[in-house]
Ligand binder design. Structure first.
Ligand SMILES: NC(=O)c1ccc[n+]([C@@H]2O[C@H](COP(=O)([O-])OP(=O)(O)OC[C@H]3O[C@@H](n4cnc5c(N)ncnc54)[C@H](OP(=O)(O)O)[C@@H]3O)[C@@H](O)[C@H]2O)c1
Length: 322
């Protein structure tokens, strides 16, 4: 029986990546998706997670729940990022192992790679140097989940746990809050707000020179569907999931101002930190499994901006300066 006919639990279905996974699996004809809101099942609660797995016996799991945020949030709440992600991953992975889940996808992050990593970053470069300090607690929590998956696979001589490392994701249901959101969605909201105010200029953090790789959440979801369905692959390293191209933050800002229709100047406050200079993933291993991304950055930004406009006033999109 393939995953199409199976019981699949998507944890974090209200989030950016989880909601995309739900859309993708439903489109692929999966009839029996299990989802629970945080108020129904707080994944930090080990007892409730164990009960949920014993009662519902999911066969496949996509663990897209976690504490996620931008630089400011990471620096303000380092303990919460570490504690919550460790708890969520440990509780879910342990319950999945105990109930013989056939396959589980667990999300790591490109922040796990060394700050000065050779580019593009291949999976065997993990732990070859120190990650960027501004997101270190988050990176350590994601590293723990990733290596717990690999340890289960090794100890049990199986390949049920698939740790993946997508690069910076964006799309519908992202967090567009300028303080707690990721760079792309936070910038989109700021450009939108500046357009409404007819602002002459907008000042962005840093020099604009760091380069980042952005992937639409629907492409990540497609990679997940691909991995749940493919059989007999060895998972003794995580799998990078990227588009294979990066842009500077300056180029991203120009593209965003164009998509949003902001006509003022863009200024840079280079007294603010830049973060790692470059973060491009080497996704050759994932591509060798027969997957490739399909959404270009411009197309993805337009789709995302359309979603944002249609959802202003919701918890995730915010009020957008209206
Ligand atoms: N976004 C990226 O660029 C990116 C890149 C690489 C890896 N990742 C990883 O991918 C995963 C998903 O990221 P995302 O961007 O989709 O995050 P997101 O949009 O913030 O969504 C997180 C999801 O987790 C749920 N959640 C958080 N804490 C929970 C708890 N204690 N119990 C139950 N549910 C909880 C949230 O529920 P609520 O709706 O109730 O908050 C939400 O559904 C994370 O593990 C993240 O580390 C993300």
């Amino acid at each position: 029986m393939g995953p199409r006919d199976a019981r699949i639990y998507v944890a974090g279905h209200t989030g950016l990546i989880g909601s995309a996974v739900v859309r993708r699996l439903e489109r692929g004809g999966s009839p029996a998706l299990l989802t629970r809101s945080r108020s129904e099942l707080d994944l930090r609660d080990a007892g409730r997670v164990t009960e949920f797995f014993q009662e519902n016996r999911p066969e496949y799991v996509v663990l897209a729940a976690g504490r996620v945020g931008g630089i400011v949030d990471n620096q303000t709440y380092p303990a919460d990022f570490l504690e919550e992600n460790l708890a969520i991953q440990f509780n879910v992975l342990k319950a999945a192992r105990a109930t013989d889940v056939k396959r589980l996808i667990c999300f790591g992050s490109s922040c796990m790679y060394p700050r000065e990593c050779a580019q593009p970053m291949a999976e065997d470069l993990l732990l070859s140097g120190k990650p960027e300090p501004t997101s270190l607690p988050y990176a350590i929590s994601k590293m723990a989940g990733t290596y717990l998956c690999l340890a289960y696979n090794k100890q049990e001589r199986e390949n049920r746990f698939i740790p993946v490392i997508p690069n910076s994701a964006y799309g519908p249901h992202d967090n567009f809050d300028p303080r707690s959101g990721h760079v792309l969605s936070a910038l989109m909201a700021r450009f939108h707000e500046a357009k409404l105010r007819h602002a002459e200029s907008i000042t962005l953090w840093g020099s604009g020179s760091p380069r980042r790789e952005f992937i639409h959440a629907d492409d990540i979801a497609d990679a997940c569907a691909h991995l749940l369905a493919c059989d007999s692959t060895r998972f003794d390293l995580p799998l990078n999931i990227g588009v294979g191209e990066d842009v500077s933050i300056r180029e991203l800002a120009e593209l965003l101002s164009d998509v949003v229709g902001y006509e003022g100047r863009i200024e840079w406050d280079s007294t603010k930190p830049d973060g790692a200079p470059r973060k491009l993933l080497d996704s050759a291993r994932m591509r060798s499994l027969g997957w490739q991304p399909t959404i270009t950055l411009r197309e993805g930004l337009s789709l995302t901006y359309r979603w944002y406009l249609g959802n202003l006033g919701s918890e995730r999109a915010g009020v957008g300066g209206a």
